[in-house]
Ligand binder design. Structure first.
Ligand SMILES: *[C@@H]1O[C@H](CO)[C@@H](O)[C@H](O)[C@H]1NC(C)=O
Ligand SMILES: *[C@@H]1O[C@H](CO)[C@@H](O)[C@H](O)[C@H]1NC(C)=O
Length: 251
C-alpha cells in the first residue's frame, strides 16, 4: 500500500515536471509533437498533437498538400482496420495499412505493422475557419495478448510505441531526407515525401498489459476441460431423451 502511494506520488511529480519542461524548452517557431495514451486496459487511444509553425501552415494550405505521419506499431499492439475504416467518414484518421492485420493473433506470433496516416491541413483549416495551429490525431489501438509469465512477480508486460516519422509532400528538400510512400489513403500512386524534423519531450509512449501466470495454466486447463465435458454430457443426455421421446411417439 505504502509502495503504491509512493509510486503514485512519484508518477504525479514526473508528470508535473514534464509539463513544466514542455513550456520551458521550445521556441515559438518550432514544430512540436506531443504524444499520450488515453484509456486503460487493452483498448487505448494513441493521441498525437502537432503544433505547427506559421511557415508549415502557409506551405500546406493548398488542397494537394498533405502531411504524413508514419507510425510503426510493435508486435504487442495493433490498429483494427475495420474499426479505423468505420471511423473514416466521421472525421476519424485517414489511415493506410501496410499489410493485412490479424487482430486475433497474440503478441509472440505477430510482427510489427506500419500505418500511413494522412493529414490535410487544407481540410482542417477550412473546417475550423481559423488559422488553427494544431493538428490532433486520435488513433484507437489495442494490445495483443502476451505469453503467460513464468515469474509470479511479473504481472504486467510493457509495449513500447516509438515516435512516428513526419513527412510533407509540399516542403522542398535537399533530396537526402526523402522517402517514397503512397500519395493518399487510397494508395492511388506513389509520391516523394520530405522528412520534417520535430521536437518532442517525451515522444515514446508505453502501455502496460496484464499478463497471465504460467502457474495458473493447469488450473485453467482443468477447469475448462471440466466445463466442456459437463456441458457435452448434458447436451448428449438432452438429445438422447428428446430423440427417445420422438421415437416413442412414432411407435
Ligand atoms: C500501394 O500500391 C503499390 C502498387 O501500386 C504497392 O506496391 C504497395 O505495396 C501499396 N502500398 C500499401 C501500403 O498498400
Ligand atoms: C478514396 O476513395 C474513396 C472511395 O473510393 C473516396 O471517397 C475518397 O475521396 C478517396 N480519397 C482520396 C484522398 O483520394
Amino acid at each position: 500500500m505504502a509502495a503504491l502511494i509512493l509510486y503514485l506520488l512519484v508518477m504525479s511529480s514526473i508528470q508535473t515536471l514534464q509539463m513544466l519542461n514542455m513550456a520551458a524548452v521550445f521556441a515559438s517557431g518550432d514544430l512540436l509533437l506531443a504524444r499520450q495514451l488515453t484509456g486503460s486496459g487493452f483498448h487505448r487511444n494513441l493521441e498525437t498533437l502537432l503544433t505547427l509553425p506559421e511557415s508549415i501552415i502557409l506551405q500546406h494550405k493548398s488542397p494537394e498538400c498533405s502531411l504524413l505521419l508514419f507510425e510503426t506499431l510493435p508486435p504487442g499492439a495493433y490498429a483494427d482496420p475495420f474499426q479505423i475504416n468505420s471511423l473514416k467518414p466521421f472525421g476519424g484518421p485517414q489511415v493506410l495499412f501496410d499489410r493485412i492485420v490479424n487482430i486475433e493473433a497474440a503478441e509472440f506470433s505477430s510482427k510489427p505493422h506500419e500505418l500511413f496516416i494522412f493529414l490535410s491541413l487544407y481540410k482542417h483549416v477550412a473546417a475550423e475557419r481559423s488559422s488553427e495551429k494544431t493538428l490532433e490525431v486520435s488513433l484507437p489501438i489495442h494490445a495483443r495478448y502476451h505469453k503467460p509469465s513464468v515469474d509470479a512477480k511479473i504481472s504486467h508486460s510493457f509495449v513500447t510505441i516509438l515516435p512516428p516519422g513526419l513527412y510533407s509532400n509540399c516542403t522542398p528538400s535537399d533530396a537526402a531526407d526523402t522517402i517514397m510512400a503512397p500519395c493518399d489513403v487510397n494508395n492511388s500512386s506513389m509520391c516523394l515525401w520530405t522528412h520534417l524534423p520535430y521536437k518532442s519531450n517525451f515522444p515514446v509512449v508505453q502501455l502496460s498489459v496484464p499478463v497471465g501466470q504460467q502457474s495458473d495454466i493447469p488450473l485453467v486447463v482443468v477447469a475448462t476441460l471440466f466445463i466442456t465435458v459437463t456441458v457435452c454430457a448434458v447436451l448428449v443426455r438432452f438429445l438422447w431423451t428428446s430423440q427417445q421421446e420422438t421415437h416413442n411417439k412414432h411407435l
